[in-house]
Structure formats: C-alpha cells, structure tokens
Design a protein around this ligand. Structure first.
Ligand code: NAP
Length: 240
C-alpha cells in the first residue's frame, strides 16, 4: 500500500510510519524535522519517502504534495498542544494551536483528498479531549472537537467516492508532547500500543478509534451527561 503520514518525525506518527514500513508498505513520511526524516529514509531506503513541509503553510503543502502518487491510507496526525490560562486569555496562543491542528489538517485535505484511491482510508488525528470540556484545553480541545466534526462530516461526504474516514481519539500516549505535561496522566500508554490500536482500527474501518478504552469510555460517558453534571464532575476531579 501507499501510505502518507503527517507528523511522522516523532511520537505516535513516527511509530505508525515505522510499523507500516516494517510491514513492507511505502510510506510518505511528513514533518519539518529533516534530520528525523532522513533517519527514516536511511533506515528504509526502498520504501520511506520524506516530505518536509509545515502543515500550517498552504503554499508549502501544495509544493510538497504535488507529486505524491495515488494513496491507500492518509493519516493526518501532525499536531501541537499549548495550554490556556483563561484569566489571561492569549489569542495568539489560541491561533497558533488552531493554525497547526485545524488549518494544517484542512491544508493537507485540499491536496490529499483527490489522491485517495477508491476504497482508500482517510484518518484525522483528534484526541479524547474532544469528548468533554477540560480546563486549560480551551485551544487544544477546541481544535480537536473541530477535527471530530470534520471527520464525521467527511465520512458522509466522501462515501460516494468510496473513501473511508476515521477519527482517532487517543487518551494519554507517552511522547515528547505529553512529556511536557505537568499533571498526572492516568492510563498513559506507549506509542507501540497506540500504533497497534490505530492500525487495527483503520483496517476494520472504524468510525472512531479511541484507546485505551477503559479511559476513553469514562470520558465518553461523562461527555454524554447533562452539561451541568459534566462540569460539576470535572471541576471536582480537577480541583478547579
Ligand atoms: N501524545 C498524546 O497523548 C496524544 C493524545 C491525543 C492526541 N494526540 C495527537 O497525536 C498527534 C501526534 O502527537 P504526539 O504525541 O505524537 O506528538 P509529538 O511527538 O510532538 O509529534 C508531533 C508531530 O507533529 C508534527 N508537527 C507539529 N507541528 C507541525 C507543523 N507545523 N507542520 C508539520 N508537522 C508538524 C511534528 O513534526 P515536526 O516537528 O518534524 O514538524 C511531529 O512529527 C497530535 O495531533 C496530538 O494532538 C496525542
């Protein structure tokens, strides 16, 4: 298969790239970190193709993705996280997160949807934070809630083109992104677990791939309660 992964230079995306490469697939590995991309192409010279661009820059996306051939799987995983101090709301921080997580996804969609073959798969990386309102995640959670909506609508809109669309909603995964967190991360899993769950979920054409399920189901159930009760429980649990 031909597979394209954004954010393949680190964390979850890198592990996915390695696992698909180990399976003998051709992987278009995307990111800005050229040294990390070079490592992958040196390790898998016949099947790893590196594409270096910033997802938040539409012109760079256009140039980098122009010659990509037809694809079987596209995983739009590149993303960032910054936490908000609501009392000193920083619009530039909010825009930075949105530019990479949301606009970056849209920029890639413009050039990649036409490349996905019939029966192919498109996966958008969200987060289980989109299931409920979490303090300090005003920017990150909003970007992922928008991606959840985007994935759900694309699943309907692209059905006629025979493109399957999945939304990926991990709990905590051990990566450089979460290594920066200064709070407890219950049930944090490693990138091998995350990659396995994502690859299985995509192969099974799951609408939503969420894991570890004991953790994500708790969030989902809280997210289904009346907002008043959700907010009470979250405020109590997170001591806000
Ligand atoms: N780790 C978790 O617990 C967790 C949980 C839920 C969801 N997620 C989501 O999973 C995805 C991957 O996160 P991770 O934990 O693996 O983080 P990570 O190790 O920090 O990896 C982030 C990846 O995104 C790429 N990226 C960031 N900004 C970019 C930009 N402007 N242009 C192009 N690529 C960019 C980075 O590549 P370059 O630096 O090379 O550009 C890197 O490969 C993110 O969307 C994140 O929100 C993670």
């Amino acid at each position: 298969m031909n597979i394209l992964i954004t954010g393949a230079t680190s964390g979850i995306g890198k592990q996915l790239a390695i696992d698909y490469l180990e399976g003998g697939h051709t992987v278009f590995c995307c990111g800005r970190n050229t040294a990390a991309l070079q490592e992958l192409t040196q390790q898998y010279p016949a099947t790893a193709v590196s594409l270096s661009f910033d997802v938040s820059n539409l012109a760079q996306c256009a140039t980098a993705l122009k010659n990509v051939p037809a694809l079987d799987i596209v995983i739009l995983n590149a993303g960032t996280c910054e936490y908000v101090n609501a009392e000193k709301f920083d619009a530039e921080l909010f825009a930075r997160v949105m530019r990479i997580n949301l606009d970056g996804t849209a920029n890639c969609l413009q050039f990649l949807i036409p490349k996905i073959q019939s029966e192919g798969t498109l996966a958008l990386m969200g987060s289980s934070s989109s299931y409920l309102p979490l303090p300090r995640a005003e920017a990150y959670g909003a970007s992922k809630a928008a991606i959840e909506y985007l994935a759900a609508t694309l699943r309907i809109s692209l059905a006629n083109a025979n493109v399957k669309v999945s939304y990926i909603a991990p709990g905590f995964v051990e990566t450089p992104l979460t290594d920066l967190n200064d709070f407890p991360m219950p049930m944090r899993v490693d990138v091998h677990y995350a990659s396995r769950e994502i690859r299985r979920g995509l192969a099974a054409n799951k609408r939503q791939i969420h894991f570890p399920r004991r953790f994500t189901w708790i969030l989902k159930v809280i997210g289904m309660l009346p907002l008043r009760i959700q907010q009470y429980l979250i405020a109590k649990t997170l001591a806000y």
